[in-house]
Design a protein around this ligand. Structure first.
Ligand code: PLP
Length: 462
């Protein structure tokens, strides 16, 4: 355990009291949290976290789907430190650039698929999504079709928490708050086979969900639709892996009506599914993609939009500014860290490791160790991301009643037993650091099994 993980000087009660008095947490019921006190995370190494009470916790979520290269990477610390000494900040608005930003743009272009070779920088996934919204609409304006501005997304999609991201996303809990939403968004059903397909085969359901896009396009009018936006795999929605034929059908339809495809790669990007981008895993050829999280392994906030030739050429040829950007677009320190993160990923062949070795092992072990558990209705996932539906009855897929928040019960057992696993409704999701070893995958599965047993005991006692 290194110095950073030393917990002996942390006064837990004091930190919790300060936090409760002054810190409003995101996506949190503040009153309920303050009543019990936030857990104080004090350090981390590899795939493990430590809290102020000295507990060691296996981080099955890589923070928030982002710490792909694991905690405590000194190479990333060093990259930040030396860039801060050299040039801590300058903007990229005033006809200026900086070395890390330029190099990072080139480096990102070297790993993105297709012709996604031009990069716009922002600081978060939400800002990248807002950039896509503004950029695709501006593209159609440049093309002389300002009316072609409607975006189509999906129910239960997550595209961030700004007004643009919330509006584009399909999270009903978010839509209820801070209304009105941004206009110009239409949504179609999500391709959630296990939960919503009824008797349809995966293939039939894939076609049905893609057909919903065509119906929506015809309803709205093809000439009014700017783009279809989707996560290759829906992450925050509970890790929903679409049927194998879904994305090919979606693409066919977008081509037919000349509608742009935007892939939100904020989770799937940077190796999570065993390719550099989820678009490759699913055979998507997007016109534009967003990335964030794994871009810097979460060490500093940075996001990017990779833009294909069609849009980038139009923006470049257009005789006007693109009036969009952020103070920290192309921040040199964040860029230096992302650059070093990509270098490490390449040096350690991490994408191949996820695609060929640890990803398949993780998926196989989850099914082998947890698949027969009475609570586990279904496991789906690709690479190092997975979602598991917890059910009362495996055969009928019936869930627990309204009064039993099965996900929260399970999550709390995980928390108390040294494992971070996230609950999304009745689905438990995992997205561990990409550097996880086989022994650590085994440990994760054993811990999850124990927590599923405890969850079952809890509901049986209710
Ligand atoms: C996390 C996430 C976002 C938002 O990213 P922030 O950095 O939290 O703004 C957008 N899209 C997807 C798919 C995400 O998972």
């Amino acid at each position: 355990m290194n110095q950073a993980i030393n917990t002996q000087f942390v006064n837990t009660a004091e930190v919790q009291a300060q936090d409760a008095a002054h810190h409003l947490h995101p996506f949190t019921n503040t009153g309920a949290l303050n009543a019990k006190g936030a857990r104080v995370i004090t350090g981390a190494e590899g795939v493990y976290l430590w809290d102020s009470e000295g507990n060691k916790i296996l981080d099955g979520m890589a923070g928030l789907w982002c710490v792909n290269m694991g905690y405590g990477r000194k190479e990333l610390t060093a990259a930040a430190s030396s860039q801060m000494d050299q040039l801590a900040y300058y903007n990229t608005f005033f006809q200026t650039t900086n070395t890390p930003a330029a190099r990072l743009a080139k480096e990102i272009a070297s790993v993105t698929p297709g012709d996604l070779n031009r990069i716009f920088f922002a600081n978060s996934g939400s800002e990248a999504i807002d950039t896509i919204i503004r950029m695709v609409r501006q593209y159609w304006c440049i093309e002389g079709k300002p009316y072609k501005n409607i975006l189509i997304s999906r129910e239960n999609a997550y595209h961030g928490s700004t007004v643009g991201g919330t509006s584009l996303g399909g999270m009903s809990g978010m839509h209820k708050q801070g209304a009105p939403l941004m206009p110009g968004v239409e949504r179609i059903r999500q391709p959630y086979w296990y939960g919503e397909a009824g008797d349809m085969s995966e293939e039939e359901f894939g076609i049905a969900c893609a057909s919903a896009l065509e119906e929506k396009i015809l309803e709205v009018g093809p000439d009014n639709v700017a783009a279809f936006v989707g996560e290759p795999i829906q992450g925050a929605g509970g890790v929903i892996v679409p049927p194998a034929n879904y994305w090919a059908e979606i693409q066919k339809i977008c081509k037919k009506y000349d509608i742009l495809i935007a892939a939100d790669e904020v989770i799937c990007g940077f190796g999570r599914t065993g390719s550099w981008f989820g678009s490759e895993t699913f055979g998507i050829t997007p016109d534009i993609i967003s990335m964030a999280k794994g871009l810097s392994s979460g060490y500093l906030p940075i996001s990017a939009v990779a833009v294909g030739d069609r849009i980038a050429d139009a923006l470049t040829a257009h005789d006007d500014d693109f009036n969009h950007g952020f103070t920290y677009s192309g921040h040199p320190v964040a860029a230096a860290v992302a650059l070093e993160n990509i270098r490490l990923m390449k040096e350690e062949n991490i994408v191949e490791y996820v695609g060929k070795e640890i990803g398949p092992y993780f998926q196989q072990q989850l099914r082998e160790v947890l698949g027969d558990h009475p609570l586990v209705g279904h496991i789906e996932g690709v690479g190092l991301v997975a979602g598991m539906a917890l059910v009362k009855d495996k055969a009928s897929k019936e869930g627990f009643g309204e009064g039993i928040d099965i996900g929260m019960i399970c999550r709390d057992h995980c928390f108390a037993n040294g494992l971070i696993m996230r609950a999304v409704g009745r689905r438990m999701v995992l997205s561990p650091p990409l550097v996880i070893s086989k022994a650590e995958v085994d440990e994760l599965c054993e811990k999850a099994l124990k927590c599923f047993d405890l969850t079952l005991e809890t509901v049986n006692a209710l």
